[in-house]
Design a protein around this ligand. Structure first.
Ligand SMILES: Cc1cc2nc3c(=O)[nH]c(=O)nc-3n(C[C@H](O)[C@H](O)[C@H](O)COP(=O)(O)OP(=O)(O)OC[C@H]3O[C@@H](n4cnc5c(N)ncnc54)[C@H](O)[C@@H]3O)c2cc1C
Ligand SMILES: NC(=O)c1ccc[n+]([C@@H]2O[C@H](COP(=O)([O-])OP(=O)(O)OC[C@H]3O[C@@H](n4cnc5c(N)ncnc54)[C@H](OP(=O)(O)O)[C@@H]3O)[C@@H](O)[C@H]2O)c1
Length: 535
């Protein structure tokens, strides 16, 4: 979308040009310093980052940028996390302006596809010298405490050992294992009888749907994406078979942001307004066919506009119900009306298929490698994900940060400015003891949210909005005066620690670290400015 010559200077090109400039400004203002730009000093601490997807790589870059050492571990042989394991046609459904997982990311378009997302991930990885600090093909099975740990009840924190290797001790742990692990296996009843092809929604590359009958089992974002692909390839009325309806919101940044601005993160008496508007303006005639009966602020919505258009035009179809059985030609289905629950008796109908796409989602990766005592059960309540401090710190020790690995449902994006904020919050806890919450503070926070969201269906921390997340983060900084001092650091990354005093033989600074509030990075001179220009 680059502007090439004056002849191309239409509205799209102007928008693209402005978008590029906005991204450059964001990078200058907020990108953490590159290793080459930093004062030579002993690292402030060493943090293990588990997972080399967008979250792990972005978090690691923030840590490096502020003077920490990191080691990234990933069980896969390549970086990129889930994006390295999905179709090349998969892409963002929300606008890329909301999916800036790092300040130095530079998108060429509003809705980039897999390869551009992976390219940007690689860029950040190399830019912050993380390639030299990553161990691929390394599965973390066990994280244990080192004998040098101090007691969180007394304002201390544990020091950590990975897979029993006592030679390497970490001051903090970042769990960035994501929420999409292996494709969820679904044993379709009678699948051995089916003569056609059965594939998972993440393995559609190379599939030819032209003229074929395609059935998609599962009505989540992957199901919708598979439907779009099948229509594009000219399949014969591809059909989603969904066992429950999900909210679908338009691909419109203003609408998406407005919905994420709800501050309470649960249904309220005003929720009928977005629900009514979505049905009338977005579903338009498809309300009975596919609009959900449950409230909007209960489950992650799907962001899509074209699928509804295809269904409205009859190019694709959507049916609600349960798969009963497969035979050699397709699926025997229990078709349910709106309002009938899963498993209720409906109309039995047979759908023919050449290809069945299983779009039933992904397994949530286990974080059982963490010590189980980080997640206590008290008074009949389990403080396990998502019931954690600020939803990311286990209530027993604030030196373990689990960004984007704990949530279930949300209106927002998993790859946005909060990755940096969370990383800097962890740095704060490691560097300044007076800012650390003790286990009882963290438990109190979870209990308070449970109380405030008492009437949220599903579970109080099961669902949140981006505005709610911002309120949590800002109130966390205002809660103690000594945290407020770091407001600009935590929120924008402005400020740094340096060691003052003598240098050692190698010229490195030694001594106690001291915090400096600084926005000098805004001037943007030096290698990072050059690198950003060239990339
Ligand atoms: C097709 C698709 C489209 C999506 N689109 C959007 C979107 O538009 N907006 C949005 O917000 N989200 C979207 N998502 C959700 C997506 O999961 C996140 O956006 C994001 O990529 C998650 O990144 P992550 O780094 O947190 O996790 P992941 O990318 O899942 O990375 C986790 C990494 O941890 C590693 N790992 C796990 N366990 C271990 C272990 N024990 N030891 C070592 N390594 C381990 C894994 O190998 C993996 O590399 C989409 C997901 C899919 C599948
Ligand atoms: N471009 C994008 O933005 C994009 C694209 C793909 C994925 N994603 C993200 O990736 C994550 C996973 O999405 P997803 O669509 O793969 O999974 P998902 O959201 O978990 O949806 C899975 C679907 O399969 C159904 N299902 C599960 N098990 C089933 C079974 N045994 N029988 C019948 N139906 C079954 C579910 O029904 P129930 O709801 O009734 O359980 C649901 O409709 C989400 O966070 C999503 O936002 C994003």
């Amino acid at each position: 979308m680059a502007v090439t010559n004056a002849g191309n200077f239409g509205l799209g090109a102007i928008v693209s040009y402005v978008y590029q400039w906005i991204q450059i400004l964001i990078a200058y203002a907020f990108a953490p310093k590159l290793p080459a730009q930093q004062v030579k000093q002993r690292p402030l601490g060493h943090v293990a980052v588990i997972g080399a997807g967008i979250t792990g790589i972005s978090t690691a870059s923030h840590l490096i940028g502020h003077g920490f050492e990191v080691t990234i571990f990933d069980q896969a042989e390549e970086i990129g996390g889930i994006w390295s394991r999905v179709n090349s046609t998969s892409g963002l459904q929300i606008s890329s302006i909301m999916y800036r997982f790092h300040p130095a990311v530079k998108w060429t378009q509003g809705y980039p596809h897999r390869d551009e997302i992976l390219k940007n991930t690689q860029k950040i990885w190399k830019m912050y010298d993380l390639d030299k600090r990553t161990r691929l093909g390394f599965k973390v099975d066990k994280v244990t405490r080192h004998s040098s740990s101090t007691d969180p009840q007394e304002g201390g924190h544990a020091r950590w050992v990975i897979n029993g290797n006592e030679d390497e001790v970490f001051d903090g742990i970042v769990v960035s294992t994501g929420t999409c692990g292996k494709p969820k296996k679904m044993d379709l009843p009678g699948e051995e009888k089916f003569k056609g092809k059965i594939v998972h929604s993440s393995q559609l590359d190379g599939l030819d749907c032209k003229g074929k009958k395609v059935l998609i089992v599962g009505g989540g974002a992957s199901g919708i994406e598979a439907l779009e692909l099948a229509v594009q390839q000219g399949a014969d009325t591809p059909t989603i078979l969904a066992r429950s309806d999900k909210w679908i919101i338009p691909r419109n940044t203003i609408v998406n942001c407005a919905l994420a601005l709800q501050p309470l993160g649960r249904e309220t008496w005003l929720s009928f307004i977005p629900e009514f508007l979505l049905k009338k303006l977005h579903y338009r005639g498809l309300e009975d066919k596919m609009a959900p009966s449950q409230g909007f602020y209960t489950e992650t919505p799907i962001v899509n506009t074209s699928a509804l258009r295809h269904i409205r035009k009859g190019e694709a179809d959507y049916q609600r119900g349960d798969v009963i059985d497969l035979d050699e030609d397709g699926i025997q289905f229990n078709l349910r009306k709106r309002g009938q629950k899963k498993g209720d008796d409906g109309k039995k109908i047979h759908y023919n298929a050449d290809i069945i796409v299983v779009a039933t989602g992904f397994e949530v990766p286990s974080i059982d490698f963490l010590p189980q005592d980080l997640f206590p059960e008290q008074g009949g309540f389990h403080y396990v994900r998502p019931n954690m401090y600020l939803q990311v710190f286990p209530i027993e020790d604030c030196s373990v940060l689990c960004t984007n690995a704990t949530f279930r449902n949300a209106v927002g994006t998993v790859g946005h400015i909060h990755i940096g904020i969370m990383a800097r919050t962890l740095m704060l806890f490691l560097m300044d003891k007076s800012t650390r919450p003790k286990p009882r503070d963290m438990r109190l926070w979870v209990d308070l949210i449970r109380f405030i969201k008492d009437r949220a269906p599903g579970g109080q921390l099961d669902f949140f909005t981006y505005m709610e997340l911002c309120i949590w983060l800002v109130s966390f900084l205002f809660f103690r005066v000594n945290r407020l001092y770091y407001f600009f650091f935590v929120t924008f990354g402005w400020g740094f620690w340096s060691r003052e005093g003598k240098t050692d033989k190698s010229g490195r600074l030694v001594g106690e670290p001291k915090f400096h509030l600084s926005i000098s990075k805004l001037i943007g001179k030096g290698p990072s400015a050059q690198f950003l220009k060239n990339n």
